[in-house]
Structures are given as structure tokens and as C-alpha cells.
Design a protein. Structure first.
Ligand code: S3P
Length: 438
């Protein structure tokens, strides 16, 4: 049965809050801890369905993982060659990151694996990882057209490659680097547009020699990972919805504590500030080796912008939130060079354009972006029934848009919010948003 939300105009957002742990970092932390030597402790682990699915798969492959408290994991690493095959399929759920990174990691094992996912993940392109991994010698079968399920065959003789990634994707880069741990020779990945570097920095934290700079990473196979302790900062992508909500609801004043602000993730801050948002980074520091800060946001009148294409990879998950900010800005906001949004958990360009139009916002959709005609600082949307398409970020974006609504907004198919932001509805309503389960 579909989990639906009812959202409507709420109060100004006030208070202080911690958003859940970073999803990208949580996936990588549990994967690397699993194949490290010794016991690693992870704090701030995202208790979301995506990252729990990855941890469950590693347990299925023979790794002992304890969860002494919420957000904490103790991982008893089995070493690079200590995983055991599982006859049962490995279920990645909704997680593209889980599936693509595991595909790299499992390509160089001495056993076969089958990776499966939910309906959304089963529609997501895997050729982008299969192609470079095959060049490394991996043998991977996919459903016709390069879709899950993936059958990865045993192979203990991977060869390093020098790979220039045709798509700006941290998942593709990471899959190749993880396979590179098991390959003989030097694996190099180059990217025309740099993407998040968590795999690189975490490999270094686990003691694997790696050279990297924006757009390039190089490592050799045959080293060892040594257990370490990881602190996961708050997920900027989860903070994004609250940043936009507080920006567009007059009178809001909100403090989001311990948010990761890696520059490869914070393109939305650049965009929102260019639109006139009032967001201050307080108490900047390193958290688990990553730049983090408390983000203090107050409402502000926004104006539309032409988003520079270069910033797109740095905010690839934040477009649903940006579209809502644009809907309440003065003037138009133009997005180009964002065709990747069509192959996320849903087609986010189509999903956001359809939803915003139903709310009364004019949106011109193009093949690789959209132009949103903002309603202005005093504008309101009207009540409507919206389909989140089972996409967590569409559901949260629509709930934020409803805070400036004249009527009731019903949002269908919201259960997948638990993949990245469990209990978003309770946390958001505690801050002032009007949002509840239907
Ligand atoms: C992620 C990379 C991005 C992002 C996803 C998480 C990661 O995907 O959209 O939510 O953890 O590496 P792509 O690599 O497909 O752009």
C-alpha cells in the first residue's frame, strides 16, 4: 500500500536540528571497513534503507557487523580477500550507490555474485560501470540493455586500466577504483567534471596509497586496508530540503548542525546564495576528515538565476530542492546540462516539472534541464495531488513547496523517504512545517 503525505502551509521554521548521516560516506565506510584488517567503528552512520541494505549485503558475504546503538556500527573487517560468496542474491534495495560500488568491489572476488534491486533500481543504467569493469577483465551479465539484475562472475585476475569517464559520476569512478584494489597494475580514473572524492579520501584514511586531486585519482592494486574509526557528518543533501524550506517561508530562522560541506556537494549553496538566500556557515571545522559546519539559514526574498552548467555535478542530488526555491523566486531560473537527472531514482526533470505545474508553477522542460517561472516572494501555490514517483527527493521537495500553498497538497508514494531521511515528516513538522502521513 502506498504511503502518502498530506502537506500544507505551516509556520515559520524555527529551531536547531541535526540531519541524518551522509549517505555516500556511510556506504563507503561500511564497505571499506568490511574489507579492511581489524575492527572499525563508524559513528553517524545513516540509519536509512539504502545504507542498511549495503551493510546487510556485507553481512551476507561473511562480515560481522554490530550495531550497538543507532548510528553506530562496529565492523569486524575480513581483509581484502576474506569475503565469502553468497548463493542468495544480494539485494541493494533502492540504492544506485550500493549497487554500482559493490559491482566494482565484487568484480575481483573468487566467487560469483548476483546483485538485485527494487523496481526503480532495476530501471537504472549499469552499462556505465559494466563497460570499464569489463575492460579490466571482469565478467558481468546484465539484463538486456545493461540493467539489473547483475551476475558478476568470479575473477581473480583483474587488470588495471587508465579510464577517462564519459559521464560525471562518482559512482562510476568509485566502482573502477574499488576494482582497482584487486587489479594488478596502476588504475587511473580521469573525469572532465570532478565529482565527490569520498572513495579517494576514505581509501587514504584506511591506509591505501592513493594520489588524487579534483578530476583525477590513481592507485595500485595489492596493498592492504587497515581498520580505522570513521565519523560521518550530516548529509548536505538532506539538509538541502530544510535550507530551501527555511529560505522560502517568511520568518524562518533555523540552525542545521554538523553538516558536511565538501565543495563537490555544496553547489546548491552557491546557487541559493546567487539567488539571494541568507545562509551562514558557522563553526567551520573538520568532522571525520571532512569539512563540516553548522548552517544558519534565515528566510529571504529569492530571485531567479541562470545556473552555470559547471556547478551541476556539485549539486546533482539537489535539483528537486532547487526547483522549489526557483518556484518562489522572482523571475526565471534556467537549468541546462543536467540530463543525468533523467536516470536518478526517477526521471527528476519530468517528475518535478509535472509536480510544479500541478501546483500552478509554469515550467518549460527541455531534454537536459528546465526553465522555472518563479511566483515571486509573495506567491503561493495551490492545493493538488502530486506523485512522488517513489522518489525520496521528489517527495521531500513537494512537501517543502506545500509550505507556501493555499490548499492541501497530497503527495503519493513517499515510503522511500526512509532510504535517505528516515522520519523526515516528524522532524520537519517539529520545526514548523505542516506535514503528516495521510
Ligand atoms: C553518489 C553519486 C551520485 C549521487 C548519488 C550518490 C555517490 O551519483 O547522485 O546520490 O555516493 O557516489 P552519480 O555518480 O550517478 O552521479
Amino acid at each position: 500500500m502506498s504511503l502518502d503525505w498530506i502537506a500544507s502551509r505551516g509556520r515559520a521554521l524555527q529551531g536547531e536540528v541535526r540531519v541524518p548521516g551522509d549517505k555516500s560516506i556511510s556506504h563507503r565506510a561500511v564497505m571499506l571497513a568490511a574489507i579492511a584488517e581489524g575492527t572499525s567503528r563508524i559513528r553517524g552512520f545513516l540509519e536509512g534503507e539504502d545504507t542498511r541494505a549495503t551493510a546487510a549485503i556485507l553481512q551476507q558475504l561473511g562480515v560481522r557487523i554490530e550495531a550497538p546503538s543507532a548510528g553506530e556500527r562496529i565492523v569486524h573487517g575480513v581483509g581484502l580477500h576474506g569475503l565469502h560468496g553468497s548463493a542468495a542474491p544480494l539485494d541493494c534495495g533502492n540504492a544506485g550507490t550500493g549497487m554500482r560500488l559493490l559491482c566494482g568491489l565484487l568484480s575481483g572476488q573468487g566467487f560469483d555474485s548476483t546483485l538485485i534491486g527494487d523496481a526503480s533500481l532495476s530501471r537504472r543504467p549499469m552499462a556505465r560501470v559494466i563497460e570499464p569493469l569489463t575492460r579490466m577483465g571482469a565478467s558481468i551479465e546484465a539484463f538486456e540493455g545493461g540493467f539489473p539484475p547483475l551476475r558478476i562472475h568470479s575473477n581473480k585476475a583483474l587488470q588495471a586500466i587508465d579510464f577517462e569517464s564519459p559521464v560525471a559520476s562518482a559512482q562510476v569512478k568509485s566502482a573502477v577504483l574499488l576494482a582497482g584494489l584487486y587489479a594488478s597494475g596502476t588504475t587511473r580514473v580521469r573525469e572532465a567534471q570532478p565529482t565527490r572524492d569520498y572513495t579517494e579520501s576514505m581509501l587514504a584514511a584506511f591506509g591505501w596509497p592513493i594520489r588524487y586531486s579534483p578530476g583525477e585519482a590513481t592507485l595500485e592494486g595489492g596493498h592492504r586496508l587497515r581498520a580505522t574509526d570513521i565519523v560521518v557528518p550530516g548529509d548536505f543533501s538532506s539538509a538541502a530540503f530544510l535550507l530551501v524550506a527555511a529560505s522560502i517561508v517568511p520568518g524562518s530562522d533555523l540552525l542545521l548542525r554538523d553538516v558536511g560541506i565538501n565543495p563537490r556537494r555544496t553547489g546548491l549553496l552557491v546557487a541559493l546564495r546567487a539567488m539571494g538566500a541568507d545562509i551562514v556557515e558557522e563553526n567551520p571545522r573538520l568532522l571525520g576528515g571532512e569539512p563540516a559546519a553548522d548552517l544558519h539559514v534565515r528566510s529571504a526574498a529569492l530571485r531567479g538565476i541562470a545556473l552555470p552548467a559547471a556547478v551541476v555535478p556539485d549539486m546533482i542530488d539537489e535539483f528537486p530542492a532547487l526547483f522549489v526555491a526557483a518556484a518562489f523566486a522572482q523571475g526565471t531560473t534556467a537549468v541546462r546540462g543536467a540530463a543525468e537527472l533523467r536516470v536518478k531514482e526517477s526521471d527528476r526533470l519530468a517528475g518535478m516539472a509535472t509536480g510544479l505545474r500541478a501546483l500552478g508553477v509554469a515550467v518549460d522542460e527541455t531534454s537536459d534541464g528546465a526553465t522555472i517561472h518563479g511566483l515571486g516572494a509573495n506567491g503561493r501555490v495551490h492545493g493538488a495531488a502530486l506523485d512522488s514517483r517513489g522518489d525520496h527527493r521528489l517527495a521531500m521537495a513537494f512537501a517543502v513547496a506545500a509550505q507556501r500553498s493555499d490548499g492541501e497538497v497530497r503527495i503519493s508514494d513517499c515510503a522511500n523517504v526512509a532510504t535517505s531521511f528516515p522520519r523526515f515528516d516528524a522532524l520537519a513538522s517539529g520545526l514548523g512545517m505542516a506535514l503528516h502521513i495521510a
